[in-house]
Design a protein around this ligand. Structure first.
Ligand code: PHE
Length: 431
């Protein structure tokens, strides 16, 4: 279990990390030095060893193996440490230096040189460098986020990649596969709204032959349409075909790029990002003469739909009433065991002018005190005093356990702890 150990707390004011004296933090059994960028919390670190996607019978594990069974000849990777360098997570994938994803308000840092991966794409260069050409990698990923029914700072992704040699033999392999997949999809109840493989706003890379890129993009789309049919097909209302929508997108390490949405229970649901891998990524991986595609699938999103799981916190529940409902390899509809009463409490305060408090800072603080008992957090009011320029903020915290009824005393106690931590860490003045 990861334990956060801060040495001393004597530095005054500044942003939320600078009041600490830097020490070490223990992550997965090893000590690492902390610095001004350190922002991992004990709650976040406690998730690292859980590995829901490999826990037998867990919905995320069933979904992982379902995706794997659709690509039987691919390498299936699933126990890769979440600790990566910012260089792996961003630079090797051509993220610009000022990309917002790099900021401490969006990502979790152990220190300036080590972070928790924000996506499984962080491993593309490593895996290609090891010589893998067709592979899936499923893992936990970490992003600082708000608190509500579909956002959680840890979630799971499956990265899927295929590269072939950028020559006549490689292109023939892709063409043959395209013919096979097209035949399969032609006979299936799936309705696809497509966009061109290439367009002025989603162009071919200068280093690539447009004919090759067309074939690769087509292979990417056919492979994913067939996966989506496997996952969602047969779950539509009687006689309704499955509707899938392709949209142009941009990712720093793929061009052309796409996002895919699936129409499910009356709503379009974004389930993945993908594209033709950048030459720079292939060069960084020492495979400059290959060409191929990559996709990243969000597992919670898909599992919530397939199992009718209404709240993302449930994936982390240890309650037997949740866990006992599932069998490995089977998708069934989740039966809610109870909805316990909710209790909201407001905290309203003045923020000193020399302190910045991001919503994600507030949410991490709340999670550290109350964990998954918090259902959502909303800002209900902000106001800047015209003279002093001090900002007043009011947050509303909704407390609701998924497993039991909370007593009023317990909620009051949690809320009092949130309040005193706010005063201690951000020197706020409670109103
Ligand atoms: N990593 C991207 C994300 O997290 C998804 C993606 C994977 C996009 C591979 C393109 C290629 O949103």
């Amino acid at each position: 279990m990861a334990i956060l150990r801060w040495l001393g707390r004597c530095r005054p004011a500044g942003t939320w990390t600078s009041w600490r004296t830097y020490g070490t933090v223990n992550v997965l059994g090893k000590d690492y030095p902390t610095d001004a960028m350190t922002n991992v919390s004990p709650t976040i670190l406690s998730k690292l060893s859980v590995q829901l996607h490999t826990q037998p019978a867990h919905p995320l594990s069933t979904l992982r193996s379902l995706v794997e069974s659709h690509f039987p000849a691919y390498a299936h990777l699933s126990s890769v440490s979440p600790l990566v360098t910012p260089y792996q997570n961003f630079d090797l994938l051509s993220f610009p230096p000022d990309h917002p994803g790099r900021s401490v308000t969006d990502s979790y840092y152990i220190n300036k040189d080590l972070m928790l991966r924000t996506h499984t794409s962080a491993h593309e260069v490593d895996v290609f460098s090891r010589g893998e050409t067709t592979w899936l990698l499923t893992a936990d990923v970490y992003r600082r986020d708000e608190i509500d029914a579909s956002h959680y700072p840890v979630f799971h992704q499956t990265e899927g990649c295929r590269i072939v040699s950028a020559d006549a033999a490689g292109m023939q392999e892709i063409q043959d596969d395209n013919a096979r997949l097209e035949d399969h999809l032609r006979r299936s109840p799936i309705l696809i709204e497509d966009v061109p493989h290439l367009s002025p706003t989603n162009p071919c890379q200068p280093a690539h032959d447009p004919k090759h890129t067309e074939l690769i993009a087509k292979n990417l789309k056919l492979s994913l349409n067939s996966l989506i049919l496997r996952l969602f097909g047969g779950k539509q209302a009687e006689g309704e075909p499955l509707r899938v929508r392709w949209i142009e997108a941009t990712f720093p390490w793929t061009t052309p790029s796409f996002e895919v949405e699936v129409f499910f229970r009356g709503k379009w649901l974004e389930i993945l990002g993908c594209g033709v891998i950048h030459q720079a990524t292939l060069d960084n991986s020492n495979v400059p003469n290959k060409l191929g595609w990559a996709f990243g699938l969000g597992l919670e999103r898909i599992a919530m739909v397939l199992y009718s799981i209404p709240d993302i916190r449930l994936f982390w529940s240890q309650d037997p009433r949740f866990l006992s409902q599932f069998k490995q390899g089977e998708i069934n509809t989740f039966r809610p065991y109870s909805k316990y009463p909710t209790c909201f409490k407001d905290v309203s305060f003045w923020l000193p002018t020399d302190i910045t408090l991001h919503d994600n800072d507030f949410c991490d603080l709340v999670r550290d005190v109350a964990g998954d008992i918090v259902e959502n957090v909303k800002i209900t009011d902000t106001y800047e005093h015209p003279k002093s320029k001090r900002k007043s903020i009011c947050y509303r915290i909704n407390y609701r356990s998924m497993d039991r009824s909370l007593s009023n005393d317990e909620t009051n106690e949690l809320h009092a702890q949130v309040t005193s931590r706010l005063q201690e860490q951000f020197r706020v003045e409670i109103r």
